[in-house]
Design a protein around this ligand. Structure first.
Ligand SMILES: Cc1cc2nc3c(=O)[nH]c(=O)nc-3n(C[C@H](O)[C@H](O)[C@H](O)COP(=O)(O)OP(=O)(O)OC[C@H]3O[C@@H](n4cnc5c(N)ncnc54)[C@H](O)[C@@H]3O)c2cc1C
Length: 460
């Protein structure tokens, strides 16, 4: 039975301190009910993919951290428990026994697979690992990426693919003022990659990237974009459909691509890097023998009505030689033990944020928000509405919740998680990173090892 009629605060657990976790906190605080919120994060640092995914040269976006920080400081009853992985350091069932409601906001941090031969050859990497590496994510900083060859292929044409291409195309000077940690920056500076291919299976009219992201290529000091003009022949009915459906994004993409198609290989000075955009190609096989040497693609034809154009494989083939490949075909969430999970979609099954268990019933007191709720789509701001929807579900259920079985979550955490990092601890790390960064003209010089973070905080 729920015993909150007499003002004792509702105890809430949030698993994952990414943007969605903070948007959940913000929405909960707007309910104006007594609350005690415990946010668990596996890393000592908050902000999820905002810190570990968003490109290190996207300064404006990275500044969103201060917005989330304000949310954390809004309430005395908000507790951040960093360096605590749920499912490893504490079981989810234990957490649930201490709280009225649990919100899972663990995001989607793994790359989808292509499931084609040769995918796991040496020098074939997921976008997720490369992005996490250059962002200094402690779990990925020891990965190695051989950038000594001349050619790189990126499979996929979303904004993440464009981020990777831009980081590879920038000069050492252009990279120097970004958030890329020094040891990683030193490796990127030695990169010999000169020819970058970004390959998509559909056409420009269906392109996933956004015009703003594409436009950033035009600001690069030593790189030029090349698009094959024949790829830009788009059927009249498709253009009409984009116009009538007010699809400004794709119309703008086509306009920008057309400008680049005027550049040909011959006009480009020999030292200039090239970013080659290829459409209508689906990878069939990565060729070795050991290290990747080339990728064989099917040349696709587009079929179907203007509002649902699909890429269909043909017998025509094309091969692109390469020294390294990054597979950027979307992210997937990962399962936490004993929480329902849809392996195919990589999300926690839910209805409007209420978790659905394996029997198809609503799991009382368990909610989900962000990428682990709806999959990896949208910008950071999209998680705000998503979180608000889940908090609304909680507020509608509030009188039906069973209430905690145990009391004393704070004491339990203190006795169980010996190396926990509080929000004030994080602020110490944050200030130190910013101070070290300012000495080098960078926004921050990140800690890249959990051990070093804990040592700095004198937790170990
Ligand atoms: C490469 C890349 C670039 C992007 N660039 C942009 C951009 O420029 N602009 C933009 O608007 N959006 C961008 N996005 C999208 C944006 O990052 C996401 O919308 C957002 O981060 C999703 O938030 P989330 O909280 O759902 O997940 P995440 O940000 O992934 O946060 C989940 C958090 O949960 C933690 N966690 C996971 N499992 C556990 C566990 N078991 N116990 C405790 N903690 C756990 C993780 O460590 C992480 O901190 C980008 C995404 C990627 C992948």
């Amino acid at each position: 039975m729920n015993d909150h009629t007499h003002n004792s605060p509702y105890k809430i657990a949030i698993i994952g301190a990414g943007p969605s976790g903070f948007y959940v906190v913000d929405s909960l605080l707007k309910l104006n009910i007594p609350l005690e919120i415990f946010m668990f994060e596996k890393l000592p640092t908050p902000y999820g993919l905002l810190r570990g995914g968003v490109a290190p040269d996207h300064f404006k976006m990275k500044n969103l951290e201060s917005y989330f920080e304000k949310i954390a400081f809004k309430s005395q009853s908000f507790h951040f428990i960093g360096n605590c992985e749920i499912g490893k350091d504490i079981e989810i069932s234990t957490i649930r026994s201490y709280v009225d409601a649990t919100f899972i906001t663990t995001g989607a941090n793994f790359s989808r697979n292509l499931n084609i031969p040769g995918e796991n050859l040496k020098n074939s990497h997921t976008a997720a690992s490369f992005v996490a590496w250059y962002n200094g994510h402690p779990d990925f900083v020891n990965e190695s990426f051989d950038l000594s060859g001349h050619s790189a292929v990126i499979i996929g044409q979303g904004n993440v693919a464009l981020d990777i291409a831009r980081i590879l195309a920038k000069t050492p000077e252009e990279l120097s003022n970004s958030e890329i940690p020094e040891p990683i920056l030193n490796q990127l500076k030695k990169s010999k990659i000169k020819t970058i291919h970004i390959v998509g299976r559909r056409g420009p009219a269906q392109s996933k990237f956004t015009p703003n992201e594409f436009n950033e290529f035009s600001e690069l000091k030593n790189a030029k974009v090349i698009v094959n003009p024949t790829d830009l022949t788009i059927e009249k009915n498709v253009i009409e459909y984009l116009t009538n459906s007010n699809n400004k994004k794709n119309l703008k993409n086509i306009e920008l691509l057309k400008k680049c198609s005027l550049t040909s290989n011959e006009e480009i000075p020999p030292q200039t890097k090239t970013i080659n955009i290829h459409f209508h190609l689906s990878p069939l096989e990565f060729n070795g023998p050991e290290d990747i040497s080339s990728i064989e693609f099917s040349v696709n034809k587009m079929t179907g009505p203007a509002n649902d154009r699909r890429a269909v494989l043909t017998s025509k083939k094309e091969t692109i030689p390469t020294d390294i490949v990054f597979r950027s075909i979307g992210y997937l969430g990962s399962k936490i033990e004993s929480i329902p999970f849809d392996d195919k979609k990589g999300i926690i099954p839910n209805v409007l944020g209420r978790v659905i268990n394996n029997q198809g019933e609503i799991e009382k007191g368990m909610y989900v928000a962000g990428w682990i709720k709806r999959g990896p789509s949208g910008v950071i701001g999209s998680n705000k509405r998503c979180a608000s929807e889940s908090v609304t579900a909680f507020s509608e259920d509030i009188n039906k919740l069973e209430g905690p079985k145990n009391i004393g979550l704070k004491a339990f955490i203190n006795s169980t998680i010996k190396q926990k990092v509080s929000f004030n601890d994080w602020k110490k790390l944050d200030s130190h990173e910013k101070l070290e960064g300012s000495k080098k003209g960078k926004p921050r010089e990140k800690f890249i090892s959990v051990q070093n973070m804990l040592k700095f905080l004198e937790i170990i």
